[in-house]
Design a binder for this molecule. Structure first.
Ligand SMILES: NC(=O)c1ccc[n+]([C@@H]2O[C@H](COP(=O)([O-])OP(=O)(O)OC[C@H]3O[C@@H](n4cnc5c(N)ncnc54)[C@H](OP(=O)(O)O)[C@@H]3O)[C@@H](O)[C@H]2O)c1
Length: 286
């Protein structure tokens, strides 16, 4: 498996398996399937409510912990120095691990500075091998990279052929921060899997459109964490290392960019309000 290397020397597989919207009932089976196929990187989050299932699956797989790259993310309601520290230790308990390979701040809202200081300290203590952020658009990324003691190693943002994040990538490259794509297929929104250009390129290489999309990300140097609940698709998504797209095909895909989120913009105040409501609702349910 091809790997990327963060500025601190830590390596991460360029293809991993994401478990957002994988139900608690299915998660153990899915992660065991993924690991059995050769995935060695798993991306979960406190807000996916399946960390325990991921931890159980890793133990059941029998694969040594050090061979798996494990990521989780801190949710907004756990932001602030003390709460974040406590929540990461709780994630480690659920994930049945003594350390985490990568912990990200899930969203750039609330007391993310306090939260980030906690990640810096956990990193310094050796509990985290790498730390980073998610959904930090260029302004917030440059801000936290500039005013932190330990610059983020990773920024995980929505990235797919209809929302390519070229400007965001430029800033991450400038600061030596590894880009990671969430929703590498844009969850198939806007007819991405059926796009005529991608379909034509797929036919040419004898691959699926999903494989063409993943290969395009990889050739941009971007880490991908596709989700599938189906073992055949998990295998398909891993089978992207036996061919390479030509520069001309990379450029054809580059031209598909709509420069617009398939979901929502983190810079839109209405999005921020939506997250605030989500945090409030979750607090009330407790
Ligand atoms: N940091 C963040 O804010 C954030 C946000 C969203 C996601 N993420 C992370 O990114 C991961 C991936 O994103 P995502 O799950 O939202 O979307 P995605 O990976 O872009 O798309 C997943 C969808 O594509 C389908 N699919 C997967 N492989 C396929 C294939 N080979 N052919 C056809 N369809 C295929 C899946 O269906 P089936 O499952 O039915 O196969 C599912 O409906 C998440 O699991 C999570 O770890 C992070």
């Amino acid at each position: 498996m091809e790997q990327v290397t963060f500025y601190n020397g830590v390596k991460m597989p360029i293809v991993g398996y994401g478990v957002y919207q994988v139900s608690q009932e299915e998660c153990e089976r899915c992660v065991i399937d993924a690991l059995s196929l050769g995935y060695r990187s798993i991306d979960t989050a406190q807000s996916y409510f399946n960390e325990e299932q991921v931890g159980n699956a890793m133990v059941q797989s029998g694969i040594p912990r050090k061979e798996i790259f494990l990521t989780t993310k801190v949710w907004i309601e756990h932001y602030g120095y003390e709460a974040t520290k406590k929540s990461v230790l709780e994630s480690m308990r659920k994930l049945r691990t003594e350390y985490l390979d990568l912990v990200l701040l899930h969203q750039p809202f609330g007391d993310y500075y306090g939260a980030y200081r906690a990640l810096e300290d956990l990193y310094t203590e050796g509990k985290l091998r790498a730390i980073g952020v998610s959904n930090f658009y260029p302004d917030r990324l440059v801000d936290i990279a500039s005013f932190s003691r330990i610059k983020p190693m990773v920024n995980q943002v929505e990235t797919h052929p209809f929302h390519q994040q070229k400007n965001a990538k430029k800033w991450m490259d400038t600061y030596g921060i590894q880009m990671e794509a969430w929703a590498p297929f844009g969850e198939g929104r806007g007819g991405l899997f059926e796009d005529p250009v991608l379909t034509e390129i797929a036919q040419k290489y004898g691959k699926s459109t999903a494989q063409i999309i993943l290969r395009w990300h990889i050739q941009r140097g971007i880490v991908v964490i596709p989700k599938s609940a189906h073992k055949t698709r998990m295998a398909e998504n891993l089978n992207v290392f036996d061919f390479a797209l030509t520069q001309a095909d990379m450029e054809r895909i580059s031209a598909l960019d709509k420069e617009q989120s398939a979901f929502f913009s983190h810079s839109d105040p209405a999005t921020v309000e939506w997250f605030v409501r989500m945090v409030e609702e979750r607090k009330q349910k407790k």
